[in-house]
Design a protein around this ligand. Structure first.
Ligand SMILES: [Zn+2]
Length: 239
């Protein structure tokens, strides 16, 4: 086999590993963001519940103040009862007490309903806090796993890049430049195997005479359509 062609085949194998490795490393932050989503959702729910609790608690305090005021009103009205002489005025006074007591009762019922709501929100908050805790635990172990994967991939990448450096030194500059030009424009695939007179890069049919030349692996031959460098290895596993 042509020595330069052999080196290019090896270089392509290394570059494929590098490209896949970089893709893997670059996908990790996105993966972490995706795994973060359930935690963010749980935290948002918790925030909403806590806001709801504060608003309801404020309502409860206002209602309690209203109750205090109504109690004072009833009490004042009752102390004034002995001062009233006129019967008509007295009837009106009793009516006023009755109305104030009614308002007090309504306010007390409302306060009790608000207390019920507060208890219910409180329970929901506790449930939500638990799920935040669970999600935090999950994401923390996932993050640890993914960061470990990234570190391992970085390490592997370093080793492969070192191998590449050694290999590139053996390749003639013009051949290397040719390879790099194709690699950049052909999405990381510059050197491809052929079989059954087909280019494995673009699936174009290779003219029979050219295929005979490719099979000899004695020179660098480009696919007439995609310009990739072609070689022949009679092994379908390494196509
Ligand atoms: Zn092709």
């Amino acid at each position: 086999m042509n020595e330069q062609l052999k080196l290019l085949i090896d270089l392509q194998a290394i570059d494929t590993i590098i490209i896949n490795s970089k893709t893997k490393i670059n996908s990790i932050p996105q993966k972490i963001t995706e795994f973060d989503a359930p935690l963010k959702a749980a935290q948002t729910s918790l925030d909403k519940l806590q806001q709801q609790f504060s608003a309801t608690d404020k309502k409860k305090k206002d209602k309690d103040q209203e109750i205090d005021e109504l109690k004072q009103k009833v009490s004042k009205l009752k102390t004034r009862s002995s001062e009233i002489k006129n019967n008509k005025e007295y009837q009106a006074h009793l009516k006023e007490i009755e109305n104030a007591e009614k308002s007090l009762k309504t306010a007390e019922e409302a306060a009790s309903a608000i207390t019920g709501s507060l208890e219910s929100i409180s329970k929901d908050i506790n449930v939500c806090k638990e799920s935040v805790k669970t999600e935090e635990g999950k994401i923390s172990s996932i993050k640890e796993e993914l960061n470990k994967e990234a570190a391992e991939a970085e390490q592997e990448l370093k080793v492969v890049i070192d191998k590449r450096r050694v290999l590139v030194k053996q390749i003639e500059k013009s051949t290397y430049d040719l390879y790099m030009g194709i690699l950049k424009t052909k999405r990381g695939l510059a050197v491809v195997n052929t079989s059954n007179e087909l280019c494995h890069g673009c699936n174009m049919h290779i003219p029979p005479q050219m295929f005979v030349e490719i099979k000899s692996n004695s020179e660098i031959i480009h696919c007439p359509q995609c310009r990739r460098i072609l070689y022949f290895r009679d092994n379908s596993d390494n196509s």
